[in-house]
Design a protein around this ligand. Structure first.
Ligand code: ARG
Length: 256
């Protein structure tokens, strides 16, 4: 009896090892599947459908880029902070997540050419008197931690501003705005406008601020992964040229 189990175990072990050998190596060249990390809680750029499928503007962009280069993608929701870790450690190949190209991030990752222009935008309750960022002084402001939204608030009110509340994801901040725990949320315009349009219709409004500078989204790879970055930039160039990028943009944001 013992022996039988032993044999069965050995067979299973051998099968597992064999199956493992068939897995493609990461590194993404040729027909490889590139492993794409995203924080799929930032609609309409990336979101998770009820069935777990990840969709959105960014997902269509990276799929189109990969297709143009004869590659395939598999997209995984990692969350925001873990995304950076996963790229750094080489667990994932590419990060696309409405990510603004910043000097600070450029020190740690290699960015593709820009593929989308954005700006920060303030979300407040409909009856709020707030007209600009400085009107929020002394008030509670919700942001997703480690985003450019957090940066603009720190720039205006100091890095230790006590009213600044950081959240792991943006929906968390917006939920707290809906139930009055914060007075405003600062996040990317595309996302804030999407919330106002969809679920927060009538309840909230947006406020612009002159100090908010234009931002550009880029795709990241591990620092030094020139081969993959080259392909991404090449694919991006192609989808800019043949109108695919514009088509995806129009689908999500309408014609300008
Ligand atoms: N554009 C902003 C930044 O780079 C926010 C991006 C947040 N993206 C996300 N998928 N949660 O900091």
């Amino acid at each position: 009896m013992r022996k039988k189990w032993g044999i069965l175990f050995s067979v299973l072990l051998a099968l597992t090892v064999l199956a493992g050998c068939g897995q493609p190596e990461s590194g993404a060249s040729g027909n490889d599947v590139i492993k794409v990390a995203t924080d799929a809680a930032y609609p309409p750029f990336e979101k998770q459908e009820g069935n777990g499928k990840i969709t959105g503007f960014d997902i269509e962009v990276i799929e189109a880029i990969a297709k143009a280069e004869g590659m395939k993608v598999s997209v995984k929701h990692t969350g925001w902070d873990p995304l950076f870790e996963a790229i750094k450690r080489g667990k994932m190949d590419v990060g696309i997540s409405a990510m603004t190209i910043t000097d600070e991030r450029k020190k740690q990752f290699d960015f593709s050419d820009p593929y989308f222009e954005a700006k920060q935008l303030i979300l407040v309750p409909k009856d709020s008197k707030v007209k600009s960022l400085k009107d929020l002084k002394g008030k509670k402001i919700g942001v997703q931690s480690a985003t450019t939204g957090a940066e603009v608030v720190k720039k205006a009110f100091g890095t230790t501003y006590p009213g600044l509340k950081g959240y792991d994801d943006t929906p968390g901040a917006i939920d707290d705005l809906a139930n009055g725990r914060v007075d405003a949320v600062v996040a990317d315009n595309g996302v804030v406008q999407d919330y106002v349009k969809r679920k927060l219709k009538g309840q909230f409004k947006t406020v612009e601020d002159q100090s908010f500078e234009p931002e550009h989204y880029g795709i990241i790879v591990k620092k030094g992964n020139k081969e993959l970055l080259g392909k991404i930039n090449s694919g991006l160039k192609k989808i800019k040229k043949d109108g695919t990028l514009e088509k995806i943009r129009n689908k999500y944001f309408g014609k300008e």
